[in-house]
Ligand binder design. Structure first.
Ligand SMILES: Cc1cc2nc3c(=O)[nH]c(=O)nc-3n(C[C@H](O)[C@H](O)[C@H](O)COP(=O)(O)O)c2cc1C
Ligand code: SF4
Length: 442
């Protein structure tokens, strides 16, 4: 049976600063402000905290690289864009405990010696924006935010808003388009006006930063006592699709995938069989044979998939994998910003050929072109979006080739329509996610 833990996600929203302080909130920042920044960074390094935004990069290492930079102007940026299909955990963390997140930002910004801090969030995320504005106001009125000013940066619906270089562009009031990839994201950070300036910026995910007050207050060894040595701590998982109890569940890292799906999610509906699991759109798919895999970064990559940002989309045996592949290929094509020719063309080619297969005019050559489009998309790419396409699309085709072959010259007949799970809301009483309509085909 699953041992659920609640470190980050409280049962109910924390409604006021008083309630937060009464539960021990604010103590971590007080402790941090009495420490040199380097000591805080060292503690985060030892904790083994890894980024929860998708790549699992060690947070302490990222902070150290910016803190050590000789450029006097540094920024701390929190990524609350969360636009990847199948994930809603950052929204829930911002809704239920905005104070914890702001305290984490205040600690991180102080630790790296930032001049200003920003929190990027979609302007359409009204509940989250309201909770954050209220918390920001209460915390600054009572001097609970430390020395670095923190501002909300409201952004667009675009999936790319969450890509770190595009997020920095949005903070500079530009479009959500990743800038040139010649520099790591923290170099040439924000508001650079002169070639001699670097203005490095740390960019961290909402969940990553929400862990920081707990690590500072309770220590790295407490954090390492939860989860696995590869991935210490908990993770807030989003479970959606063909399960009986979709939702947001916080579990120790390393919990088997089976426990999330069956113990938390109630499994697939009676009489149905599990067919495939997507951990967002950035990794190859996982299969029913992978259910015993521990959910941590290393284990998920060893089964040929990935943990991503902990959003799992479940498909049962009524799903049409041609529709599913088309859906996510089209999503990535429409969200590609067209700065890199191969990215837009490759994703368009895959999507077009998948449309032929769905409509009944496709055959083996189209299937080859789907894979070919996916593989050519990441050439001279400024960001990781086309790489996601090249990992996900061929992996579905490889595992469900017979299903694709059955669609040759025939198309979808009575196939269930696949629905894009870009989440806008979650009703906790009914356990229903509301999805956004997604971008229209131009
Ligand atoms: C297309 C695209 C979209 C992304 N969207 C998000 C997002 O919404 N939130 C997020 O934290 N990271 C997102 N990322 C990853 C970020 O670029 C970045 O790696 C992350 O914010 C770093 O934080 P972490 O180290 O705490 O995980 C996205 C990446 C890509 C390529
Ligand atoms: S790789 Fe694609 S999404 Fe990324 S910057 Fe280039 S065109 Fe835009």
């Amino acid at each position: 049976m699953t041992s659920s833990v609640r470190v980050l996600l409280p049962d109910k929203p924390v409604e006021s600063l008083d309630a937060y302080l009464a539960g021990g909130g604010g103590e971590a920042l007080k402790k941090a402000l009495a420490m040199p920044g380097q000591e805080i960074i060292a503690e985060v390094k030892v904790s083994g905290l890894r980024g929860r935004g998708g790549a699992g990069f060690p947070t302490g290492m990222k902070w150290a690289s910016v803190a050590q930079d000789s450029c006097p102007t540094k920024y701390f940026v929190c990524n609350g864009a969360e636009g990847e299909p199948g994930t809603f955990k950052d929204h829930m963390l911002m809704r239920r405990n905005p104070y914890q997140l702001l305290e984490g930002i205040a600690i991180g910004a102080y630790a790296i010696g930032a001049k200003r801090a920003f929190l990027g969030v979609k302007s359409s995320a009204q509940k989250e924006v309201a909770a954050l504005q209220r918390a920001l106001e209460e915390m600054s009125d009572r001097s609970c935010l430390g020395p670095v000013p923190i501002e909300l940066a409201l952004g667009p619906e675009d999936y790319l808003f969450g890509e770190e270089k595009a997020l920095l562009a949005v903070i500079e009031e530009k479009d959500a388009m990743p800038r040139g990839a010649d520099f790591p994201p923290y170099v040439m950070g924000l508001f650079v006006r002169h070639p001699s300036q670097l203005n490095p910026a740390v960019v961290n995910n909402v969940e990553t930063i929400s862990n920081v007050p707990h690590i500072v207050l309770r220590g790295a060894s407490w954090f390492r006592s939860i989860g696995t040595s590869d991935s210490p701590g908990t993770m807030v998982f989003t479970l959606s699709g063909d399960v009986q109890k979709p939702g947001i569940y916080e579990l120790p890292m390393g919990t088997p995938l089976r426990e999330l799906l069956n113990d938390c999610g109630g499994g697939v509906r009676p009489g149905r069989k599990l067919k495939a699991i997507l951990s967002g759109v950035a990794n190859p798919i996982a299969l029913p044979s992978h259910l015993d895999s521990p959910m941590d970064f290393g284990s998920m990559s060893r089964i040929g998939s990935g943990l991503g940002s902990g959003g799992f989309i479940v498909y049962d045996d009524t799903a049409c994998m041609v529709q599913v592949t088309h859906l996510f290929s089209r999503f990535l094509w429409l969200e590609s910003c067209n700065q890199c020719t191969s990215c837009k063309q490759g994703t368009a080619q895959s999507t077009g050929c998948l449309t032929q297969l769905i409509e009944g005019s496709g055959d083996e050559m189209d299937l080859d072109l789907v894979i070919n489009g996916a593989m050519m998309a990441p050439q001279a790419n400024r960001c990781y979006l086309p790489v996601e396409h090249s990992l996900l699309t061929p992996s579905i085709i490889r595992n469900f080739s017979q299903e694709f072959i059955r669609h040759y010259h025939r198309g979808c007949r009575n196939c269930r329509e696949a629905v894009l799970p870009v989440m806008r809301d979650f009703d906790e009483a009914t356990r229903v996610f509301t999805y956004s309509l997604g971008r229209a085909i131009p």
